[in-house]
Ligand binder design. Structure first.
Ligand SMILES: Nc1nc2c(ncn2[C@@H]2O[C@H](COP(=O)(O)OP(=O)(O)OP(=O)(O)O)[C@@H](O)[C@H]2O)c(=O)[nH]1
Ligand SMILES: [Mg+2]
Length: 627
């Protein structure tokens, strides 16, 4: 199935055309028929000559119903742009074009209707010029009459060619169905309808609404009961659940979207300089129209061309706008960050992905003014707080050239779980650093360096403790998960008993392992150097010991007496607490070691100038106690 939305000025014949093409009535409301005006979105469908099924979403053209029009075109991949031969380009022709341009619509037809009332050629020429610089510049043009049926066969064929060129959306994409109608049906409960742009919905599926989960009880496509539907499709869902769905909400795959009320966006050109004049900013490259039906002065492309297009700048936007996406319309506050980068605070959270395009409309503008001011392409759905002076400017500079892909998201967020990336709209392609964690490579490398530093610092400050506990490291590095710390441990660092040891660099693995074991053994009594027998058992002969000492893994106190690096500094700290001067025996007790170690350790401290001998039996510390 394919879905095409209509667009165009009020009374230009959109509904008449849809009716003529489908034999169905798009204006369902009694009020619509009485006033001869579309108020709500209309739905009708037909089978094209090729056998393809095509559903139309018929939008209102009246300026008062712009929000409804935006809800209709939002999820539709293509548009049938209607201009009346007898009226030509009109204000809502312009406004709808600006909206379609901001949304990035690239597929469509230009249909000049009411061709039985006037020569369609001037209106075709005029509209072609307006569309030329837009994404619809290549759209084929046709002249038809909804009343006489003139040109309708050609239009059906053109629609067939159009739908054949539409890209096929991913059937596995996460679902986001913007609800355009919600009502209850006696006996079956709540029913919602919408245009499914991509992904698949099947009966029994659980989907999420802002208020909670709902289950799909039954599913219809174009009034036929089906067990599943794949986008693009018009669908009606019968829902089971406690939550009452409303128009403007979206049914989404649970966990696949980020509900957010704060986004950083890049403004797109269409109408972004809207405050410059009544007709808004220009589409780039608008050229003068040589002839055509009379056009109201404000909407004369010539006056706009004379002003020239302005680059979008957030400072030109009013501070309060309405953001449209799908069938949602929420008030938002605009904070210009710099150039075309702005931060939007939405009055209510929306389920968003990076790359979504919001339409920004000025609800305060009057008749005849183009109210769609800009498209806003979402760059970040979890933007950081900007507290520092100059932070906004830096952020704008960072985002100015950003393409919101995995590398960019990791670059700004540094560490993200696979689920976060998915919910932001980016399926992770790179390998995780551990578990489901993905990291920005530069940040990960920096973290590795910081961890090594922290381990070294800890060893120096706490020589009695054999290593930095993983949890302490997690805290120091500000990491959200202890597994990340473990993943950062690289040789010469090593984890033993939940602690990160600064393994000596460049040692053969067996020696490094023996040194780590020794470290663990010394943790209880750090000054009780291992006996020669134990050293031999660990495979630490004189050569290995010398290597370990050279590599900084052990501290040599005397021949065959080794302690952990930093033990000497810690010993002085303890000795400084003794009454000065002190004896070898007092030192031995304070250090909880044997004479075998205490004597050479004190001599080592004397050599380093940390202690000094007073006489045959007494020593004192040369560094005053810090406590
Ligand atoms: N003669 C003639 N009249 C037409 C044609 N198409 C539409 N009309 C008439 O123009 C008027 C408006 O037609 P609609 O189809 O309701 O226009 P619309 O674009 O759907 O209007 P909105 O939905 O309100 O924006 C109606 O009176 C139609 O009968 C046509 O091709 N020829
Ligand atoms: Mg209509």
């Amino acid at each position: 199935m394919h879905v095409v939305a209509t667009a165009g000025h009020v009374d230009h014949g959109k509904s008449t055309l849809v009716r003529a093409l489908t034999g169905m009535e798009p204006d369902r409301l009694e009020e619509e028929r009485r006033r001869g005006l579309t108020i709500e979105l209309g739905y009708a469908w037909t089978t094209l000559p090729s056998g393809e099924r095509l559903a139309f979403v018929d939008v209102p053209g009246h300026e008062r119903f712009l929000a409804t029009m935006l809800a209709g075109v939002g999820p539709a991949p293509a548009v049938m742009f209607v201009v009346a031969a007898d009226e030509g380009w009109m204000p809502q022709s312009e406004e709808h074009l600006v909206a379609l341009e901001a949304l990035g619509v690239r597929h469509g037809l230009l249909v000049v209707t009411r061709a039985d009332l006037a020569d369609p050629a001037p209106a075709v020429r005029q509209a072609r010029l307006r569309l030329a610089a837009s994404g619809l510049g290549e759209a084929p043009a046709l002249a038809v009459s909804g009343r006489t049926g003139q040109g309708l066969d050609e239009l059906r064929e053109a629609l067939d060619r159009l739908v054949a060129t539409l890209p096929a959306p991913d059937p596995g994409a996460p679902v986001r169905l913007w609800i355009d109608r919600a009502f209850s049906v006696r006996g079956s409960g709540t029913v919602v309808t919408g245009t499914l742009p991509a992904g698949t919905i099947a009966t029994g599926d659980e989907l999420a609404l802002p208020g909670g989960p709902v289950r799909v009880r039954a599913l219809e496509c174009l009034k036929e009961q089906v067990t599943s539907a794949t986008g693009v499709a018009r669908v009606a869902l019968n829902l089971r659940g406690r939550v009452v769905p409303e128009r403007g909400q979206a049914l989404v795959t649970p966990g696949a979207w980020t509900y957010t009320d704060l986004v950083d966006v890049r403004l797109s050109a269409a109408g972004a300089a809207g405050t410059a004049g009544a007709a808004g900013g220009g589409l780039p490259g608008a050229r003068p129209v040589p002839d055509g039906p009379p056009v109201p002065a404000d909407h004369d492309p010539r006056s706009r061309a004379a002003r020239g297009p302005s680059p979008p700048d957030g400072r030109d936007l009013p501070r309060r706008l309405t953001a449209h996406l799908g069938s949602a319309a929420v008030v938002c506050e605009v904070r210009p960050l710099g150039g075309e980068i702005v931060r939007l605070r939405l009055a209510a959270p929306l389920p968003l992905h990076v790359g979504d395009v919001l339409l920004l409309r000025d609800p305060g503008r009057d008749r005849g003014e183009v109210r769609v001011l800009a498209g806003a392409s979402v760059l970040d759905v979890r933007p950081p707080a900007l507290r520092r002076r100059g932070a906004a400017r830096d952020r704008a500079a960072l985002l100015a050239a950003a393409v919101p892909d995995e590398a960019f998201l990791l670059g700004t967020h540094r560490l993200l779980r696979a689920g976060d990336l998915l919910a932001m709209g980016c399926a992770p392609a790179g390998a995780p650093v551990c578990g489901d964690w993905h990291a920005d490579p530069a940040h990960w490398a920096r973290l590795g360096e910081r961890l090594a530093e922290e381990v070294r610092r800890h060893a120096a400050e706490h020589p009695l403790e054999p290593g930095l506990p993983l949890e302490a490291a997690r805290h120091e590095l500000g990491l959200p998960d202890r597994r990340l710390v473990a993943a950062l441990v690289r040789s010469p660092l090593a984890v033993t008993d939940g602690r990160i040891m600064s393994g000596p660099a460049g040692l053969p693995a067996p020696v490094a392992l023996a040194v780590r074991r020794l470290g663990a053994e010394l943790s209880a009594r750090p000054f009780l150097a291992p006996e020669a027998g134990r050293l031999a058992e660990l495979g630490l002969g004189p050569r290995e010991l010398a290597a370990a000492v050279r590599a900084g893994g052990l501290l040599r106190v005397a021949d065959g007496i080794v302690l952990l690096p930093g033990a000497d500094a810690r010993a002085v700290e303890l000795l400084a607490r003794l009454p000065q001067p002190f004896t070898v025996s007092q030192a031995r007790q304070a250090l909880n070691t044997s004479r075998r170690v205490a004597v050479p350790l004190l001599e080592h401290l004397d050599r380093k100038g940390l202690t000094e001998r007073m006489d045959e039996v007494h020593r004192r510390c040369r560094i005053p106690s810090p406590e």
